[in-house]
Design a protein around this ligand. Structure first.
Ligand code: SF4
Length: 345
């Protein structure tokens, strides 16, 4: 079975014409898909045509298997795909607009040492329509539709490395920014990468203009290699050169994600290195208090230690903030809910 939401309007036009239908059916289908409708709900399509579509295509490739509502208003979701694969996502209410964290792969092959999502390796890439289905499902959960979107921002920061699934992720970007779909602005989408240099440049060249967020987590190549295997392939100098290129091409400020790991990356030397790495172009450092991942045995730091580190950076004129963490009362780090769910079954 094929996923109908994998197709853009032009591709849908071709599909409907091959089924003997007029081309306006493509826009009708597109709008229904982004409102979360299954074939039964596509009420302005002829019943026989809907039946024909359903023999070949899946309209809704996932269901919300479980949800965990936190006291802080955030909601963690476990989604179950048509093939039984489970992934997770988080909805976070912010004063400046509600944000959904989206996954781009089932599992991940990058193997970062602090991350639960990558523990079992990569299971498979998600298709463009399967990624969009997460947004459609949560928009529907919030009472939204294609014409009445309830989510302001997307962050591609869930399980998976988005730039390791480049074609599907960029198609997803084109789909969700379509006026007949969910009409997101590229500027309201952040893409987080562990630093795949060639694809950062390709994203810049192809003009997507999303906010680029680079998982840094260490300030020397040697220490980064201990945390992130990808650092064996790309040096910090190569990453810095790629993000400068991204800024020059898109005009977008670069965000660096920096998980504070006790005893690993919080020294005065790290502050100096952060100043060097982020100097000469608009950038911002998001400090993240690491969630404890029991399989990895890595410790985060206290609030006081995080504040002290932030203060040092601020004194050095490095733009930085401590990222607010959500949903601490309803499950731990990214990837752990999925692991627990699978283990229980
Ligand atoms: S932090 Fe991101 S890139 Fe690294 S293993 Fe986890 S999901 Fe993959």
């Amino acid at each position: 079975m094929k996923i109908l939401a994998d197709y853009d309007i032009d591709e849908l036009k071709k599909i409907v014409s091959e089924m003997g239908q007029p081309s306006f059916r493509a826009t009708q289908i597109f709008k229904w898909l982004y409102s979360g409708a299954d074939f039964d709900g596509m009420t302005d399509l002829p019943a026989e045509f809907r039946k024909e579509l359903s023999r070949e295509y899946i309209a809704v490739p996932l269901t919300i298997a479980e949800k965990f509502v936190s006291k802080d208003g955030s909601v963690k979701f476990l989604y179950k795909y048509h093939d039984g694969n489970i992934i997770e996502g988080v909805y976070m209410p912010h004063s400046y607009g509600d944000t959904l964290c989206v996954s781009t792969q089932v599992g991940c092959r990058m193997g970062c040492s602090f991350c639960a999502s990558g523990i079992g390796g990569l299971v498979r890439n998600l298709t463009a329509g399967e990624i969009a289905a997460q947004v459609i499902a949560v928009n529907g959960y919030l009472g939204g539709s294609a014409a009445n979107r309830k989510i302001s921002n997307l962050v591609l920061m869930g399980s998976g490395e988005p730039l390791d699934n480049y074609d599907n992720v960029t198609k997803f970007l084109r789909l969700v920014t379509n006026k007949n779909a969910l009409d997101f602005g590229m500027r309201s989408i952040s893409l987080s990468t562990c630093g795949l240099v060639e694809n950062i440049k390709r994203l810049a060249d192809e003009g997507y203009g999303v906010t680029l967020s680079v998982s840094l987590h260490a300030t020397t190549d040697e220490s980064r290699r201990e945390l992130m295997p990808i650092a064996h392939k790309y040096t910090l100098a190569q990453i810095t050169e790629a993000v400068k290129y991204y800024f020059e091409k898109t005009g977008r400020r670069i965000i660096f994600e920096y998980a504070l790991v006790k005893g690993k990356n919080m020294s005065a030397f790290d502050c100096k290195r952060l100043r060097e790495i982020t100097r000469g172009y608009p950038s911002h450092v998001n400090l993240i208090k690491l969630n404890y991942v029991k399989e990895k045995g890595m410790q985060g730091c206290s609030d006081e230690e995080a504040k002290r580190f932030l203060q040092r950076l601020t004194e050095m004129n490095v733009s930085a903030t401590i990222r607010r963490s959500f949903g601490n009362d309803v499950g731990g780090a990214c990837g752990q809910l999925r692991r627990n769910y699978i283990a229980e079954r």
